[in-house]
Design a protein around this ligand. Structure first.
Ligand code: FAD
Length: 393
């Protein structure tokens, strides 16, 4: 005999748990199934263990999708303030770091505990280490064959995330289910991911591994101004993760290091004031020492300023202001924070997240073709889309 529920949710991540207690509060009987041993594993590791759970500046402009209007409805109906109110109700201490990013003071586990408490309060059943082998729609609803036995549910919510970090159990299962029901899935690719460099360039930059610098990073018309980190594989840091969602193979990115500093003026003034200073010494007052040394060395300007024509100082400054780099690739799903693309929003109703052609089937969170910037936007999408489906099932 199958266990009967109003709603079955696949995935006990951010979106799935939000949808579960939202539906539970409406009196629906809900079961959440996850093949992982613990719920909310990505929440646990997020934000360096402190979970950047939302961004107070979140608007639809902070999301990438083939249909930029799709996210508007859900985001408007469940806002960062709504989530903050729940966090406050659970007495979880938080702080704003930068750029509207909110983090837990103590631990991301507080957020998982809060979501589990909300589910418990409305008697949501949670089955972990549960494998779903088959799933089909019949006249009486969705029939799931699982390692916990057969389950029958009137509505099915796919909240199984994207392909990022397969080591943590990411499977792309939602895309397979979309295809099973003939729903389109847009091209998926790793996003918010470090970029790699070809071996020659990597060798040239090897001495910079571990150096962080404030930078403006542009790809085409898109630019982000945040920290950049040189790594032993290539480039990382928030500005690179952000631009990686827009970068495509073959594209060049343009780095502007410490963009608020006028290096031409700085070098010329230093030359006037004390021409015996070395270029790298002056640069090191505004850039990390190893980077200053590298820039002076590769420009072959490791000399006192007085020995250098202004033209040389201008071209060095131009290099710092406009440094083109062609990444070779990205670190891929192994380290990507999210998956770009997913279940085509054209196939979903933006108010409820329900598939237009399959009544009762919903897709929420990362598996949908809505991808946020770095900075709490992806969780805000998970909460908002989870809430939209939870209100609709
Ligand atoms: P997930 O959280 O991935 O949950 C999906 C669930 O489905 C998982 O529990 C998984 O085990 C389960 N599942 C998958 N396949 C199956 C299957 N076949 N059967 C059963 N269960 C299945 N975003 C932010 O906004 N702020 C941050 O600070 C932040 N930090 C991050 C740090 C890291 C290292 C990573 C990887 C991501 C980070 N993100 C952050 C992104 C954020 O974690 C995701 O956007 C968010 O978790 C997506 O929620 P989701 O519920 O859609 O999917």
């Amino acid at each position: 005999m199958a266990s009967n529920y109003d709603v079955a949710i696949i995935g006990a991540g951010a979106a799935g748990m939000m949808a579960a207690f939202t539906a539970g509060r409406r009196g629906k009987s809900v079961i959440v199934l996850d093949h992982a041993k613990a719920p909310g594993e990505k929440i646990r590791i997020s934000g360096g263990g402190r979970c950047n759970f939302t961004n107070i500046h979140a608007t639809p402009k902070n999301y990438i999708s083939q249909n930029p209007h799709f996210a508007k409805s859900a985001l408007a109906r469940y806002t960062p303030s709504d989530f903050i109110a729940m966090v406050d109700r659970h007495k979880i201490a938080w702080h704003e770091k930068t750029l509207g990013q909110l983090f837990c003071d103590d631990s991301a586990k507080d957020i998982i505990r809060m979501l589990l408490e909300e589910m418990r309060a409305v008697h949501v059943d949670l089955k972990l280490s549960c494998e779903i082998s088959e799933l089909e729609k019949g006249p009486d609803g969705f029939r799931l064959s699982t390692s916990e036995g057969p389950i029958l549910a009137t509505s099915l919510v796919m909240a199984s995330g994207g392909k990022s970090i397969p080591k943590m159990g990411a499977t792309g299962f939602a895309y397979r289910i979309a295809e099973q029901f003939s729903l389109p899935v847009t091209e998926t690719r790793p996003a918010l991911v470090p970029l790699t460099l070809e071996p020659n360039l990597l060798g040239e930059l090897s001495e910079l591994s571990g150096v962080a610098v404030d930078a403006d990073v542009a790809c085409g018309k898109t630019r982000f101004h945040e920290a950049l980190l040189f790594t032993h594989r290539g480039l990382s840091g928030p500005s690179i993760l952000q631009i990686s969602s827009y970068w495509r193979e073959g594209d060049e990115i343009l780095l502007s290091l410490q963009p608020e500093t006028d290096f031409v003026e700085l070098l010329k003034a230093a030359k006037r004031e004390n021409g015996r200073q070395q270029v790298q010494t002056v640069l090191a007052q505004h850039l990390p020492k190893r980077l200053a040394q590298y820039l002076a060395e590769t420009a072959k300007l490791e000399r006192p300023l007085a020995d250098l024509p202004d033209k040389a100082l201008s071209s060095l400054s131009e290099r710092i202001r406009r440094w083109p780099i062609k990444p070779a690739g990205s670190e891929g799903y192994r380290t990507a924070e999210v998956t770009l693309g997913g279940v085509d929003t054209d196939a979903l109703d933006s108010r409820s997240m329900q598939a237009k052609t399959v009544p009762g089937l919903y897709f929420i969170g990362e598996c949908v073709d809505v991808t946020g910037w770095l900075g709490g936007y992806n969780f805000q999408w998970a909460w908002a889309s989870g809430h939209a489906a939870g209100e609709a099932v």
